[in-house]
Write a protein that binds this ligand. Structure first.
Ligand code: ZN
Length: 76
């Protein structure tokens, strides 16, 4: 399966990684609670996982203009 990262603000495709190469603990799931995971993780019919994260640009914009740290920001 693959793991796709997309920005949940601008819908940009950020990265696709081969999921079975990466243990889920490396993806940062362990720092999220169940509600976070439900909101940012989509499992597709083919088994691929889509992670709705925030890209660097959107993160910068938020920090510069809103002074707001997105709780779903994801360190890749
Ligand atoms: Zn973005």
């Amino acid at each position: 399966m693959h793991i796709h990262y997309t920005c949940r603000h601008c819908d940009r495709d950020l990265a696709t990684i081969q999921g079975d190469q990466v243990p889920l603990s490396k993806l940062g799931f362990d720092v999220l609670d169940a509600e976070d995971i439900e909101r940012m993780v989509d499992v597709q019919n083919n088994g691929d996982v889509v992670l709705h994260v925030v890209c660097d640009e959107c993160q910068d914009m938020q920090q510069n203009y809103l002074h707001y740290r997105d709780p779903y920001y994801f360190i890749q």
